[in-house]
Write a protein that binds this ligand. Sequence first.
Ligand code: ATP
Ligand code: PRP
Length: 210
Amino acid sequence: MLTLALSKGRILEDTAGLLAQCGIRLDSSAVDSRQLILPTDDPGLRLLIVRASDVPTYVQHGAADLGIAGRDVMLEHGGEGVFQPVDLGIACCRLAVATRQGFDSPRAAVPGKRLRVATKYVNTTRRHFARKGVHVDIIKLYGSIELAPLVGLADAIVDVVETGTTMKQNGLRVAETIMRSSAHLIANKNSFIIKKDEILSLYEKIRAQI
Ligand code: ATP
Ligand code: PRP
């Protein structure tokens, strides 16, 4: 039996479609319920519903053999104990730095000044600005990140952009892209050894659909 951890919302929706193409169906009443362990019609596969940022943790510790997580989330986690073999090409977006329209970034980033940056992606943000030699105070948020510069909580944010609509509707502009992201199938390193045949069989089915 393989256990696959993933988050509700866009990743579960796209994955359900992908699994259906592989001939594996989910029970729609279970998907719409509050159940956190979802069976599939394949007795060899069940799903765990977790927060997107928790997927690598479940896989790292072997509570799930497999997971589906954005590259952004993997970079933030660090990826210890986890293989990232397959890009599923879903949940495509980029992680970007953004500020209010008209914010004077070069002036704010001068030596001696600290830029206040709000984000969910604390580790990635710290690394990004350290590489540029910009001193930052990072403010950890859990959602509605785009609000922070509008109400003076931060000078800039690091967050996900896809169409750019959320940034635009909140008067923000993208200053730079840190990375592109899409969701990957990830695997626990021990599971990959112990359950190699089961994992490879599922890999092959999924690979054939992407
Ligand atoms: P958490 O609950 O852990 O804070 P989240 O709210 O970011 O996670 P989702 O919004 O479901 O969870 O996003 C899951 C993944 O999908 C993200 O890690 C990112 O890779 C990608 N993603 C986020 N927003 C978008 C978007 N608007 N378009 C495409 N992909 C996105
Ligand atoms: C994500 C992300 C951005 C938005 C970017 O939010 O946190 O706010 O998408 O997409 P866009 O560039 O197409 O506007 P999501 O849709 O997941 O909503 P939530 O995180 O606020 O629940």
